[in-house]
Write a protein that binds this ligand. Structure first.
Ligand code: XMP
Length: 508
């Protein structure tokens, strides 16, 4: 496996996903991971990620020199490269001209890292500091017009100033492949089918009942199918909490989808309790927290009742690798909380369950692959993400029954049109947002003073960054017409053309 030490770069996960895509297992750990723990993991290679700080700042994240001399190949990327240079006596300073985006690189020396690559190509840069000099015992491997050392090597320690992991770096994947196979000599032994077989066996070997909350999304559906392959029906308890914040007919549709997969789920109608707790609440973070807390309360009550009639030992959750890392990184203090994400954390200790989280090491696209192997229909695997707090974060201000009804109708029309125009699968996510602003309209001969509805559709690879989707004008035109014609409380429809960053995908 390849171990990645994270210094807080937004691209750290990309490094990991690229390498897994090559068939080699990876793990991301915080930069301050103990040297003894590193040795125990016995990696074939170590990568030091990029990061937002400057190595010459007193409090910037550092690693001990020892890590570079374990006899394991090391690759530093951007901040990681600067850190290696800094530790070994090189000079890193503020650049007169920072390099951002597409930059031409010139390879000055043959090396396995650039095996089979042209002598010059375009790479993606994002740095305000440069490595201005390296000790004589280093080999300089590449330069750009503004960086005298864009890639270097000392023994089996490498550094590259650019980002080979991003899509826009030409030959980026080749550089990673060269590092992983030619330099680290890693074995190609990570396959999703093997992983799935192993997980099913592991679950089979654990005695006891399981309880699992489902939403009908990709992760929980795939999880439920895995559980149903590993356990007897009587041992499984699936529940969908209907928060009253779901889309039109959603709970019933999810129940039917599960039935078609041979799985029965309980639907707990908790609309009353959620809506009463949300009454009068306008602040987005407060809404999210109330929903998270109420979800746990409702789930606990369900679990207590189930426990009375059946023996349950495990709580299964579809936690993904980025969720695991995110909590770890937050602990090390390098990540900012932008939004409180809704999950069921904290449940197991209180209820005395052991956790079953078979996807803890996986990325979403890997879960989709598993779903495909398990014959889950593409209609379910390609579902857009839907946030845990549901429509509550798509109604600006207070959530009321009436507003939920208005948003549900508009959303239903939008989704139908997306499918009809065969646009659903061409975007990452698309949805409606009900603003707390009214606007004047005219219908027939009368004035209509109704709500403004925003439509949002984005393209993305991983929800970390997103661009607004260039949907055809004719499509937007039809959606707007149909919504205003069918939902009398809406007087105006607008299209959101903000990317992430600076905006987020959801409005709250
Ligand atoms: P943002 O709005 O942060 O959203 O750009 C990124 C992705 O995450 C989804 N999202 C959530 N998913 N619980 C979830 O399970 C949440 O609380 C939550 N908030 C946002 C959002 O729909 C998008 O796909």
């Amino acid at each position: 496996m390849i171990l990645i030490l994270d210094f807080g770069s937004q691209y750290t996960h990309l490094i990991s996903r690229r390498i897994r895509g090559l068939g080699v297992y990876t793990e991301i750990v915080p930069f301050h991971f103990e040297i003894e723990q590193i040795k125990r993991k016995n990696p074939a290679g170590i990568i030091l990620s990029g990061g937002p700080q400057s190595v010459y700042e007193e409090n910037s994240p550092k690693v001990s020199k020892e890590i570079l001399f374990l006899g394991i190949p090391v690759l530093g990327i951007c901040y990681g490269a600067q850190l290696i240079a800094h530790i070994l006596g090189g000079k890193v300073k503020r650049a007169n001209v920072g390099e951002y985006g597409r930059t031409r690189i010139f390879i000055s020396k043959d090396d396995p890292l650039f095996h089979d690559l042209p002598k010059t190509f375009n790479v993606w840069m994002s740095h305000g500091d440069i490595i201005s000099d390296v000790p004589d015992f280093f080999e300089k491997l590449a330069t750009t017009d503004f960086s005298p050392v864009s890639a270097f090597r000392y023994s089996n320690i490498y550094g590259v100033q650019f980002h080979p992991e991003v899509f826009h770096t030409e030959y980026g994947l080749d550089i990673i492949r060269n590092f992983v196979f030619l330099i680290c000599k890693a074995q190609k032994d990570w396959s999703i089918q093997d992983f799935l077989n192993r997980k099913i066996d592991e679950i089979k070997n654990k005695d006891g009942g399981v309880i699992c909350a489902v939403s009908g999304g990709v992760d929980s559906t795939t999880l439920a199918v895995i559980l149903s392959r590993a356990k007897r029906k009587e041992e499984l308890n699936f529940v969908l909490v209907d928060t009253g914040l779901l889309r039109k007919n959603e709970a019933e549709n999810v129940r039917k989808d599960f039935l078609s997969l041979g799985i029965e789920i309980d639907v707990v109608n908790a609309e009353e309790i959620f809506l009463s707790k949300l009454a009068g609440i306008e602040d987005p973070e407060e809404k999210r927290k109330i929903i998270g807390k109420t979800f746990i309360e409702v789930f606990e009550k369900y679990a207590e009742e189930k426990k009375r009639v059946s023996e349950i030992r495990f709580l299964a959750q579809g936690t993904l690798y980025p969720d695991v890392i995110e909590s770890g990184v937050s602990v090390s203090g390098t990540a900012h909380v932008i939004k409180t994400h809704h999950n069921v954390g904290g449940l197991p200790e209180k209820l005395g369950f052991e956790l079953l989280e078979p996807f803890r090491e996986l990325y979403k696209d890997e879960v989709r692959e598993i779903g495909k192997i398990l014959n889950i229909p593409p209609r379910i695997l390609n579902k857009h993400p839907f946030p845990g707090p549901g429509l509550a974060v798509r109604i600006m201000g207070e959530v009321t029954r009436e507003k939920l009804q208005i948003l549900r109708e508009a959303e239903f029309i939008f989704q139908n049109e997306l499918s009809k125009w065969e646009l659903y699968n061409s975007v990452w996510q698309a949805f409606c947002v009900l603003l707390n602003t009214k606007s004047t309209g005219v219908v027939g001969d009368s004035r209509r003073y109704g709500w403004v509805l925003a439509i949002r559709a984005v393209e993305s690879a991983d929800a970390m960054t997103a661009d607004w989707a260039r949907l055809p004008y004719e499509f937007l035109d039809e959606v707007a017409r149909k919504i205003v014609a069918s939902v009398p409380q809406i007087s105006r429809v607008v299209y959101d053309i903000t990317s992430k960053p600076p905006a987020t995908i959801e409005w709250e």
